[in-house]
Ligand binder design. Structure first.
Ligand SMILES: NC(=O)C1=CN([C@@H]2O[C@H](COP(=O)(O)OP(=O)(O)OC[C@H]3O[C@@H](n4cnc5c(N)ncnc54)[C@H](OP(=O)(O)O)[C@@H]3O)[C@@H](O)[C@H]2O)C=CC1
Ligand SMILES: O=C(O)C1=N[C@H](C(=O)O)C[C@H](O)C1
Length: 241
């Protein structure tokens, strides 16, 4: 295998996550950003990385994997480009429609695809704890409370829905509540309430770097895979080697 750095397209580059991805990418030697895409661009080149507006997507140079943290309305064109170029896709964009999830699955017949609602190790572990608790406490109330910054557009968060799906599969009937306040990076509480006792499982993110680091590591690994739809646990957290 070549030890050339993996070529990344960062989609959503001007956003909170996009900026973290570009910054962390600079410190790695296994990948480099060759294109950055946002809805609008003011500068053509920033820190040596060429920037493109979403409308110019088809003019981006060759890349191995697109890393997408944008908004749902940008995903369809990016997915089509990845399929056309035979490039892998890592996406963390939340609030996707059922049709968009199906499109990811269908594209996975031709390219490697990873979508995850949360790229942090802590939430991967929380997910396992929730599943275990729900299996043991199936008839307790299960409430998922999430808090995020005021700019977040989707609710409940993608992470809350994913945790709820794990709880549901294990026999619980989750309910959701959302809070949008200040600059909260992301907090998720899964509360199991019985009669006379209660369990709370909590994850608090204090830096977006945890998501960006996970996404970059996943992107590098995804380029070593064939077509298919991958999960974060199998790709990243099950085998840290
Ligand atoms: N899975 C995970 O671990 C995580 C997921 N997220 C998710 O990532 C997404 C982005 O979050 P965040 O960075 O806070 O959002 P921001 O609003 O800060 O950034 C959004 C970015 O997407 C760009 N964008 C918007 N629409 C389009 C489009 N149609 N085509 C191309 N680019 C577009 C914006 O460009 P412009 O500035 O020009 O409008 C901007 O660069 C959200 O869905 C969020 O929920 C966030 C953190 C972790
Ligand atoms: O929009 C965010 O900020 C985040 N979104 C993801 C979600 O919807 O779960 C992950 C993280 O909580 C931050």
């Amino acid at each position: 295998m070549s030890d050339q750095p993996i070529r990344l397209l960062i989609h959503g580059a001007s956003g909170r996550m996009g900026r973290a991805l570009l910054r962390l990418c600079e410190g790695r030697d296994d990948c480099r950003a060759v294109a950055a895409v946002a809805r609008r661009v003011d500068q053509r080149v920033i820190d040596g990385v060429p920037h493109f507006a979403a409308a110019e997507l088809h003019g981006v140079p060759a890349f191995d994997v697109a890393v997408d943290f944008s908004l749902p309305d940008g995903l369809d064109r990016l997915l089509a480009l990845c399929v056309q170029r035979g490039a892998a896709l890592v996406s963390g964009t939340t609030g996707l429609s059922d049709e968009q999830q199906l499109a990811l699955t269908s594209a996975a017949e031709r390219i490697p695809v990873l979508w995850a609602a949360n790229y942090s190790l802590g939430v991967a572990v929380l997910d396992e704890l929730v599943e275990r608790a729900a299996r043991a406490l199936g008839d307790w109330d299960c409430d998922i409370v999430e808090a995020h910054h005021v700019h977040k557009q989707d609710a409940p968060s993608g992470t809350a829905l994913a945790l709820g799906e794990s709880a549901r599969r294990a026999g619980a009937a989750p309910r959701y509540a959302s809070l949008r306040a200040g600059d909260i990076v992301g907090e998720h509480t899964v509360q199991f309430s019985g009669i006379g006792e209660r369990i709370e499982l909590v994850h608090r993110a204090t830096s977006r770097d945890i998501f960006a680091r996970g996404a970059l590591a996943a992107a590098v690994r995804l380029t070593r895979q064939g077509p298919g739809r991958y999960g974060l646990r199998e790709l990243l957290f099950a085998d840290p080697g």
